[in-house]
Design a protein around this ligand. Structure first.
Ligand code: T5A
Ligand code: NA
Length: 211
């Protein structure tokens, strides 16, 4: 019956945060722990993803609006595959999602509502975990400064924008948990797993969409 089918749907977990907050590391660990599939945005292997990649690597220029829509299109081209996976009962841990899309473009000065619109209708995550780290600490971690957005002042604006996104998500019934990402790798992993346990035990997964 419908109730059984709902419970069988996989859990859709998103990990968000500033550049170098530790997302990729934690996504891989969580996916292994849950035996879930890990995915990431931008998904750089598609045709759209390659345009995004060259923009981020600063080998091409695009208008702020154009790149924003490409990031969103890059998510839309993966929706069918996400839904197939979840419907088959497999869970997904996703490295960045629509919330990064909004936060980075708002930090550039684009209007919040304009930035939010293209992603309306995407699958709503069952849980979003925001790995919170101040921009200075993030910058002190390895490899910072090669990609377009990896600048201290800009990252501080992104962090502010994420705070608005979190209010928005919560006010629309989404589950958003902030994790202190300044702790050690293992401590963060522990906090992430606890948050997942807490939230997923109370989830009724119905495939709600971003509104
Ligand atoms: N973007 C993205 C948009 O503008 N719009 C969008 O719609 C989307 C989806 C690329 C850029 O695209 C923008 C945002 C980004 O600027 P990306 O490919 O996800 O996004 O690139 P980054 O987020 O920059 O990925 P990073 O690899 O830099 O950061 P992660 O994944 O957060 O961090 P991770 O795990 O790779 O760790 C970074 C370093 O820190 C260490 C790790 O060992 C590693 O060296 N580290 C820790 N050190 C100490 N303590 C801890 N707890 C640590 N955790 C990790
Ligand atoms: Na990453």
């Amino acid at each position: 019956n419908g109730d059984t089918q709902r419970r069988k749907r996989g859990v859709f977990i998103v990990v968000e945060g500033l550049d170098r907050a530790g997302k990729s590391t934690q996504v891989e660990r969580l996916a292994e722990h849950l035996q879930a599939k890990s995915i990431k945005f931008p998904e750089r292997t598609t045709a759209i993803g390659q345009m995004i990649n060259s923009y981020l690597a600063q080998t091409s220029e695009l208008d702020d609006q154009a790149i924003h829509l490409l990031f969103s299109a890059n998510r839309w081209e993966c929706v069918a595959s996400i839904n197939r996976t979840l419907d088959a009962g497999e869970s997904i841990v996703c490295d960045r999602y629509a919330f990064s899309g909004i936060a980075y473009s708002v930090a550039k000065g684009l209007s919040y509502d304009w930035c939010r619109n293209p992603d309306v209708g995407l699958p709503l995550p069952d849980l979003t975990m925001f790995l919170d780290l101040d921009a200075q600490t993030a910058a002190a971690r390895g490899g910072y400064g090669e990609e377009r957005y990896e600048k201290l002042e800009f990252q501080a604006k992104v962090r502010e924008a994420f705070s608005r996104v979190s209010q928005d998500v919560k006010s629309h019934g989404g589950r958003w948990v902030t994790i202190d990402a300044s702790k050690t790798l293992d401590e963060v992993t522990d906090d992430v797993q606890k948050a997942v346990q807490r939230v997923t035990s109370s989830i009724d997964r119905v495939g709600v969409k971003l509104g």
